[in-house]
Design a protein. Structure first.
Length: 296
C-alpha cells in the first residue's frame, strides 16, 4: 500500500481548518506536515499512527504530529472532529524562551494521547476543541479572531499542563489486538496492490478473492467491514481517481482516458464519472482549464 502525502487545503493567511468525518470508510495511510487533532464525538474510532494501532472511544482525543503516518479503519456509526493547522498559525507571537523551546518541540514532546492526561486537562482540551469547531462551523462575525484566541489557549494548555511523552512511549494495546490489526492491514495491502497493478484490466471480485485465497463470501465481508465500501465501489472509485488525474494533467481524448483508467468503454466511463461527480468528464476538464478545448 503506497503511503501518500496529503496537502490540506489551508488558507496561507489562516492555515487552519476543522471538519467532521463519519467513520464508515477507510482512510488510507497518509502523512502531512500539518498537525492534526482527532476528537471522537460519537462512537469509537480505530486508527493507526506509525504502525501502532489505537482504539479511541467517544470523548477521547489524539494528537498526530507533523510527518506521522496515520490511517483510519472503517468505524461505522462514529463521528470525529478533525482540526488541522500549520505551525505558521502561531507566527505572530514567538515562543519567548526560544533557547530551550520551539513550537515544533512543544508539539513533538507532548503526550499525544489524551487518555494519558489528567482528567481536568482532558476536559479543558475537549471544551477548546468543541468551541473552536463550533466557531468554524457557524462563522459569525469575528470568528477567525476567536479561533485564533482559542488556539493560543490550547497552546498554553499544552505548554503548561499536558504531560510530556516518555521516550519512545507508545499507546498500550494487547498483542492480540496489534497482531490482528497488522494482519488486516497486510490483507488490505495485498488487495490494493493487486488493484494498482491490474486496474486497467477487467477485474472481478471472484478473481481477486481467488488471488487472496479467500471465498468470494469471506472476501466480500472482509473488504466491506474494513473499508466501509464494497470492492466494486472501491475499484470504480480507484479508476475514477486515475481518470481525474489524466484529465487534469493532459489533453488525451476521452476514449484514451477511459481505456487507460480501466473502464471498458467511453459510455461506461461517462456514466460512472457523472454519477460520482455530477458533471461529465469533458465538463470537469473544462472547469479546471476554463474554456480550453478537449478532444473527444
Amino acid at each position: 500500500m503506497k503511503l501518500y502525502l496529503e496537502i490540506p487545503e489551508l488558507d496561507k493567511h489562516f492555515p487552519f481548518r476543522s471538519f467532521v468525518t463519519k467513520g464508515d470508510r477507510l482512510c488510507y495511510p497518509h502523512w502531512h506536515k500539518e498537525i492534526e487533532i482527532i476528537y471522537v464525538a460519537k462512537g469509537s474510532v480505530d486508527l493507526g499512527i506509525n504502525d501502532v494501532p489505537i482504539h479511541l472511544s467517544q470523548g477521547e482525543i489524539q494528537f498526530v504530529d507533523s510527518g506521522d503516518v496515520h490511517y483510519f479503519l472503517a468505524s461505522p456509526d462514529s463521528e470525529r472532529v478533525v482540526i488541522q493547522f500549520d505551525l505558521g498559525f502561531f507566527q505572530e507571537v514567538p515562543v519567548m524562551d526560544v533557547r530551550e523551546h520551539s513550537l515544533r518541540d512543544i508539539f513533538a514532546s507532548m503526550e499525544h494521547s489524551g487518555r494519558k492526561w489528567p482528567a481536568g486537562v482532558a476536559d479543558k482540551m475537549r471544551r477548546l476543541i468543541e468551541s473552536i469547531h463550533e466557531e468554524n462551523t457557524r462563522r459569525a462575525d469575528g470568528y477567525a479572531y476567536l479561533i485564533k484566541a482559542r488556539m493560543f489557549e490550547m497552546l498554553t494548555l499544552i505548554f503548561r499542563e499536558v504531560p510530556k511523552s516518555g521516550a519512545h512511549r507508545q499507546p498500550k494495546i494487547s498483542e492480540e489486538s496489534a497482531t490482528k490489526s497488522r494482519e488486516t492491514l497486510e490483507k488490505l495491502e495485498r488487495i490494493f496492490t493487486y488493484v494498482e497493478n491490474h486496474y486497467r484490466e477487467a477485474i472481478s471480485l471472484k478473481e481477486v478473492a481467488q488471488y487472496m485465497g479467500f471465498s468470494p463470501y469471506y472476501f466480500t465481508k472482509l473488504f466491506k467491514r474494513n473499508t466501509g465500501m464494497t470492492f466494486v465501489s472501491f475499484l470504480n472509485e480507484y479508476r475514477l481517481n486515475k481518470a481525474k488525474w489524466m484529465l487534469l494533467n493532459g489533453d488525451a481524448p476521452m476514449t484514451e482516458v477511459a481505456e487507460a483508467s480501466g473502464f471498458g468503454s467511453v459510455k461506461t466511463f461517462h456514466h460512472f464519472f457523472k454519477e460520482a461527480t455530477g458533471i461529465s468528464p469533458l465538463k470537469y476538464r473544462r472547469t479546471i482549464y476554463g474554456n480550453n478545448s478537449a478532444r473527444m
